[in-house]
Design a protein around this ligand. Structure first.
Ligand code: GLC
Length: 740
């Protein structure tokens, strides 16, 4: 986010005119409370949705019909700077009050959760990250920015870039997986996709301001390290771990120009991130140079009382403001307490001025002062989704699919085969969406059943069971009788991942494993497709299922994407952005672990379990193809600034494919123990059958260091290893003696 000198001057002049109350008003975000329109309480409604008593669509509709309190008088008085809203008509109405009826006419900024698409919903982040494709990450974000800005939303509470290593935590679905390097590439690409429209005229003739939004990287920071994988739980780690694992995506996003950040709910080393001066003011603002502002998560400032770090609302507001928290989401705690805190000298005027300036700067950068309203034309521009948006959601979906097993080469299927499609998830047009998407329309959604039909397959659907339903033996018998092959879709409902959806048992929920056993017992070939929001514990599946596809929750085009892979129109290219354990007890599990003094081995007294494997069922970076790739001849060349690793990759099969070649590094001996592997680069190579290419990846010497427990970045001479391969578990290796 970069202001012009004129924009900066306008911010300075406006700030000089503002009263203390008006400055604090900018620090106040309204989450309009639901005041009615429901036939049951809000809590009961959410429970009903979680228990599947009402569908996602019905929940959707009830929210749209609900009545809300928009605090118009507070907007008129300049006491609200931001509203969380998804309603273009209401947006113009509230904006008119702010701009034409308040004393200084400061426009509202409208924020909303647009995590993986607005109306053109694309794969959940955990899936999309597996495409290992920063250009794709950027393009999907830009599409979301275009669609949502025409609805009045100029600020996305996205990207979510929390590294997640424990899939008991439901919010792993929203983030880019277990690796800091991949998460950092994902983060910067999303920032560029959401924001860079500010710097170039759109090619489609739309107004420049309709091509970008302010990003809000979240949840800052280390939220994914919640103890036991339980949401909102405590986090505790060394300073080196914080800087080496959880901060890198936020550093990368800030360097890409992120306009804002959202602090996370968790306490970190004893201090809630909402009032953590080390992470907020000293690291994010001073060290990384955040230009925009920091917002709390919902109600998080008030929750500092529950954390036991604040005695009351006044104390919570005081601590948050002084730590560098610029905006309060949803509790009115700032407009109720901060004026008093300034007058009592507990919060300085400089703190208030800094917060107000940061917020005004983002609004000025968004062009809201000169163009606060949404035109009728813009509002209806995407009433019919443009074909290129639909095509992009399909492209993203295809690239996110991971082929885990194809032992008997049952895949790809032929369209003249009779297919029994089994599992309630297969016919659902809404469960394909995934957590944290609220703006989709049923008419745009393609279920897996729809996708098979669109592909011209001879397919018949038999529910037979599902994540939240009993097994139906009659339907299993019918499925076995009809189909030459059974395609079983199993996994999780949308409600089983995302916020407040931690699972203590991460195997397939319900009786789906039993369903699969019964399907295998029919003797018909079984192709299993997973539809889930986390890296499930797949021990039994890895051992017993010959054919397994990780289909994730791919958004509105899921059905067509899955069909294109199942029938071989698209040769799968996806890789895993997270390790899948055999059993839940292995969690947290991740490839970039340290060695320990007794690495797991045959000898009893080594670091392993007596009742489970040590390695994952499917590792980070893993993903098969309908062809096979052979790696050979790894060489490494040194230059002054870098090492360039080269490897030959051959397509040894009879179909064309695209492989993601990965580069890993190990700092073998250092002043702190370092991971056995760290991802340091990746690239794609397209290969025709029999074709061989040499692939080169460069590792800058500047990137071969790590952060120590003083938070300093250090590089140490000594032995290093470089690895290249098609997953974190299968690589060629070269040893180096490095002198920096
Ligand atoms: C939620 C989530 C956060 C979201 C915010 C606003 O509690 O933690 O990711 O952006 O509230 O909906």
């Amino acid at each position: 986010m970069q202001l012009t000198p004129l924009q900066q001057k306008r911010v300075d002049e406006l700030l000089a005119k503002m009263t203390l109350e008006e400055k604090i008003g900018q620090m106040n975000q309204l989450s309009p409370s639901l005041v009615g329109g429901f036939d049951v309480s809000f809590e009961e409604l959410i429970e009903m949705a979680m228990d599947g008593k009402i569908s996602q669509e019905e929940l959707h509709q009830k929210f749209e019909n609900a009545e809300r309190d928009y605090q118009e008088d507070n907007i008129r008085a300049g006491l609200i700077g931001c509203v969380m809203l998804q309603d273009p008509g209401k947006y113009n109405e509230l904006q008119k009050i702010a701009v034409e009826e308040s004393r200084l006419g400061i426009p509202l900024i409208i924020g909303f959760d647009v995590i993986h698409g607005y109306r053109s919903v694309y794969p959940i982040a955990l899936a999309e990250a597996g495409a290992f494709d920063p250009d794709l990450f950027r393009r999907t974000a830009h599409m979301a920015a275009k669609e949502s800005r025409t609805q009045g939303i100029s600020w996305h509470f996205a990207p979510m870039i929390d590294v997640g290593r424990d899939s008991r935590w439901g919010r792993v679905s929203e983030g880019p997986g277990e690796d800091p390097y991949l998460a950092s590439r994902f983060a910067e690409a999303k920032i560029h996709g959401l924001q860079d429209g500010a710097y170039e005229d759109a090619k489609d003739g739309t107004e420049r301001r309709e091509n970008y939004v302010a990003a809000c990287m979240k949840h800052y920071v280390a939220y994914g390290a919640a103890e036991s994988g339980r949401d909102y739980n405590t986090t505790s780690m060394s300073i080196s771990q914080l800087h080496n694992v959880y901060l890198p995506p936020f550093k990368a996003a800030t360097e890409a120009g992120a306009a804002s950040a959202m602090a996370s709910f968790n306490d970190l080393n004893g201090v809630p991130c909402t009032v953590n001066e080390y992470t907020l003011r000293r690291t994010l603002k001073e060290r990384y140079g955040l230009k925009g502002f920091v917002v709390s998560d919902a109600n998080a400032i008030r929750e500092c009382i529950d954390h036991g770090i604040a005695a009351d609302r006044y104390d919570a507001a005081r601590q948050a403001a002084n730590a560098g928290m610029d905006m309060d989401m949803g509790t009115s705690i700032y407009i109720e307490e901060l004026k008093n805190a300034v007058e009592r000298g507990d919060v300085s005027m400089e703190v208030i001025d800094e917060a107000a300036r940061r917020i005004l700067s983002v609004k000025m950068w968004l062009d809201l002062f000169d163009h606060p309203y949404i035109t009728e034309e813009a509002m209806h521009r995407y009433d019919k989704l443009p074909q290129e948006h639909v095509a992009l959601t399909l492209e993203a979906a295809k690239k996110s699919i991971v082929l885990l097993k194809n032992d008997e080469k049952v895949l790809p299927l032929k369209k003249d085969q009779k297919i029994s499609l089994v599992g309630s998830l297969a016919a659902s047009p809404s469960e394909i969406i995934g957590a944290w998407a609220m703006s989709w329309k049923g008419e745009d959604c393609v279920s897996i059943l729809d996708g098979f039909k669109n592909a011209g397959a001879d397919v018949k659907y038999f529910a037979c069971g599902g994540p939240d339903r009993e097994i139906n033996d009659d339907e299993i018998a019918q499925a076995a009788s009809f189909g030459d092959v059974i395609v079983a879709v199993v996994g999780e409902t949308t409600a089983m991942s995302g916020e407040a959806a931690s699972r203590a048992d991460t195997t397939l929920p319900g009786k789906q494993r039993e369903l699969l056993e019964k399907l295998l017992a029919t003797g018909k070939p079984v192709v299993t497709i997973l539809m889930n929001g986390r890296a499930l514990a797949l021990g039994w599946e890895a051992e017993n299922l010959p054919t397994l596809i990780e289909g994730w929750q791919l958004g509105i085009q899921m059905g067509n994407a899955i069909a294109s892979v199942v029938f071989g129109d698209y040769n799968p290219t996806g890789k895993l952005a997270a390790s899948f354990p055999y059993v839940t007890g292995q969690l947290p599990i991740y490839y970039n672990h340290t060695s320990t003094g007794r690495p797991a081995g045959k000898f009893k007294f080594t670091s392993k379990y007596i009742d489970a494997p040590t390695e994952p069922a499917f590792p980070f970076g893993y993903g098969l193809s309908y062809t096979t790739y052979q790696y050979s001849d790894l060489t490494v060349e040194e230059s002054v600034e870098a090492f360039t690793a080269k490897v030959k990759v051959k397509n040894a099969g009879n179909v064309a494919g695209t492989e993601t070649v990965q580069l890993y590094m190990q700092d073998v001996t250092a002043s702190l123990v370092r991971p056995v592997k760290e991802l340091k680069g990746f690239t794609k190579v397209a290969l025709a059958p029999g074709e061989e290419k040499e692939v080169a990846l460069t590792l800058k010497k500047a990137d071969m260091g790590f952060y120590n427990n003083d938070g300093e970045y250090v590089r140490e001479d000594g032995k290093f290893r470089l690895f290249m391969g098609g997953s974190s578990a299968e690589t060629l290796m070269q040893e180096l003696d490095v002198r920096f």
